[in-house]
Design a protein around this ligand. Structure first.
Ligand code: B1M
Length: 212
């Protein structure tokens, strides 16, 4: 458990080398990857967010912590593959227009991929038009949208409307998530599912395509 405290501190400080070393040491010490992710990395980013909100740190420090977290997540990635990785369907995923946060989306993508889904990741700041164009091209089973800012959440219903107008809505399932997003919001904007974290995104995605 000592490693996780040290890992958390290293992520908060944005010390990439120390955080990577603590991640390796936690893995070598037998800590579960999920626990390292939740109690070490995600918990550290929550603290970073709180410090930012209080004006104790600024965007560059937040960015440094984000980079540190990414390095550590890369070390955990091989551990999130499920046994049966035959293709379960395609998920087209992106962070909505105006929003540059991608850590959560990348985690969701990583877990879905580990569970056997093919991922087409559109990146960040994805406009409704791009979601429509790529849905037409890729013909995914599921479209996933992530938003971390309350100001970018309205891009979700705009994207759903654009998919509807393009005649693509009925051929796909839509799953949404991100810190300010709620189950209630998903119902309100007529998404098919909401997931609060990457693990439940996998469960919901499987349910949506009938392989739960
Ligand atoms: Co920003 N930021 N940020 N930020 N940032 C937040 C979100 C904030 C809550 C911080 C705060 O004030 N406490 C706040 C938003 C307030 C609000 O709108 N309610 C905020 C702000 C204000 C901003 C800026 C406006 C700051 C500024 O410039 N003044 C700016 C906006 C830029 C933009 O997007 N246009 C900004 C910028 C940045 C950085 C670029 C510096 C950096 C992002 C780097 C990156 O992503 N590559 C950053 C960071 C790191 C954060 C915090 C600290 C951490 C986010 C994170 O990665 N969390 C964040 C505070 C916080 O969230 N506690 C904050 C860890 C990640 C694993 O969790 O993304 O929630 P999360 O994902 C989870 C679930 O939500 C869910 O599963 C994931 C895994 O469990 N999930 C899904 C996510 N997507 C899903 C999709 C699904 C299903 C589940 O289906 C498809």
């Amino acid at each position: 458990m000592g490693e996780l405290k040290a890992l958390r501190e290293a992520v908060i400080k944005g010390d990439i080398a120390a955080a990577a070393a603590e991640t390796k040491s936690a893995l070598d010490g037998g800590q579960k990857p999920q626990q390292i992710l939740n109690d070490g990395l995600i918990s550290a980013m929550d603290e970073v967010g709180e410090r930012f909100a209080k004006g104790l740190i600024f965007v560059p420090q937040m960015l440094r912590s984000a980079k540190t977290m990414k390095e550590c997540v890369d070390l955990l990635q091989p551990y999130f593959k499920e046994g049966d990785v035959t293709s379960k369907g395609t998920v087209l995923i992106g962070t909505v227009k105006g929003d540059l946060h991608d850590i959560g989306k990348n985690l969701v993508s990583m877990m879905l991929e580990g569970a056997g889904f093919k991922i087409v990741d559109l990146g960040v700041d994805v406009s409704p038009e791009t979601f429509v164009q790529k849905t037409r091209e890729v013909k995914p089973d599921i479209v996933g949208m992530s938003a971390l800012l309350s100001t970018t959440m309205p891009s979700m219903p705009k994207t759903i409307e654009a998919l509807q107008d393009a005649g693509l809505r009925d051929a796909i399932k839509i799953i949404i998530g991100g810190a300010p997003v709620t189950e209630r919001y998903a119902v309100e904007i007529r998404a098919d599912a909401y997931a609060s974290d990457a693990g439940s995104a996998v469960t919901k995605a499987k349910e949506l395509i009938g392989i739960s």
